[in-house]
Design a protein around this ligand. Structure first.
Ligand code: SF4
Ligand code: SF4
Length: 341
């Protein structure tokens, strides 16, 4: 997974350990307040956290568009531009009437919503007592072979050479939205006011040393994560946590690798408790179906889960495990490796 794009030095990457996500949306709000709280961007969540299994944000994004049609990437397989209903409209609330004018109604949206971002929160799947769900935080993958870049006829979307971050040149963009349908992860958005495409910028001002205090910081989604599940650093440096998790331990996997864009965001898959009967007897089967995890993270997910279980067991019996040390660190210094950026 560590092939870097031609002409890109120091590809930046992120690993997210799904075993730690509690779905608090702190990352979503950190991103929103940093980058998308202006008019025209109301519906945008460059970082969103969706409940899986579920249709996600935008609704049904996994069912439309494959990125590249095949492994050799000679042809794209564009998807559809999601409707605003699919993303979820931002609703007007009766805050003024209730909070300022003394109405005794409950605070509620003015319209009767039928869909919205995070609509399926905590729904999941399965039957009691073995129902299950987990959270999947999603951002642009800053792919090594980004189909969004290929989709743009004006070369407005580009992958910058110093760290592989994928950006939209706002001067060149004419708002054709080919990139919106070209990204199989649906992580490029159309600014309704500016009429240009916009997307996650991996908080490049922060990593370049221009954070709010004038210092270098990891992206806001990582720095704000209350359970510290995000690792940020170079993909190809063998001493860093990203390389160790992706390449050495092989427990961090790309989402939907079959889109052939080669993401630089990787996930440690969620481990499951066992199933049990209504009477409480243990059944020898994982609560989250491994076949479902394979749909998301590919066939390597089984080996990754075996490795996680094996290393966890080593710690349980008092042995050392480098992998578990990386995954359970409570020091952000060990999670970030940004000196080269
Ligand atoms: Fe482009 Fe989508 Fe890949 Fe981001 S996730 S680089 S928007 S193809
Ligand atoms: Fe999950 Fe961390 Fe985001 Fe909370 S802040 S939703 S734990 S990724």
């Amino acid at each position: 997974y560590t092939e870097t794009a031609d002409g890109v030095d120091n590809q930046i990457a992120m690993v997210l350990d799904l075993n730690k996500c509690i779905g608090c949306q702190t990352c979503t709000i950190a991103c929103k307040t940093n980058w998308t709280d202006e008019p025209g961007r109301e519906y945008m969540y460059w970082n969103n956290v969706e409940t899986k299994p579920g249709q996600g944000y935008p609704r049904g994004w996994e069912d439309v568009g494959d990125g590249w049609a095949s492994e050799d990437r000679t042809e794209r397989s564009p998807g559809e531009i999601p409707s605003i209903e699919g993303y979820g409209r931002h609703w007007e609330f009766n805050h003024e009437e209730v909070l300022l004018e003394g109405s005794d109604e409950h605070i509620a949206p003015a319209e009767d919503p039928e869909w919205g971002v995070n609509w399926e929160e905590d729904e999941g799947a399965g039957q009691y007592p073995n129902s299950y769900y987990f959270y999947l935080p999603r951002l642009c993958n800053h792919c090594t072979h980004p189909s969004c870049v290929e989709a743009c006829p004006r070369q407005a979307v580009y992958k910058r050479s110093e760290d592989g971050i994928v950006l939209v040149d706002q001067e060149r963009c004419r708002g054709y939205r080919h990139c919106v349908e070209g990204c199989p992860y649906h992580k490029i958005y159309f600014n309704m006011e500016e009429k240009t495409a916009e997307k996650c910028i991996f908080c490049y001002p922060r990593i370049e040393g221009n954070g709010p205090d004038g210092e270098q910081h990891a992206p806001a989604c990582a720095d704000s994560c209350v359970t510290m599940l995000r690792y940020v650093g170079r993909l190809d440096d063998p001493t860093g946590p990203i390389h160790k998790l992706v390449e050495e331990w092989e427990v961090a996997l790309p989402l939907h690798a079959e889109y052939h864009t080669d993401p630089n965001v990787f996930y440690v898959p969620p481990m499951s408790p066992g199933q049990h009967t209504e009477e409480g007897e243990t059944v020898d089967a994982d609560r989250i179906p491994p076949t479902y995890l394979e749909e998301l993270f590919g066939p390597d997910v089984h080996d990754a889960l075996d490795t996680l279980e094996r290393e966890r067991e080593r710690v349980r019996v008092g042995e050392d495990s480098e992998l578990m040390e990386i995954l359970t660190t409570n020091d952000r210094e060990n999670q970030y490796q940004m000196e080269v950026f």
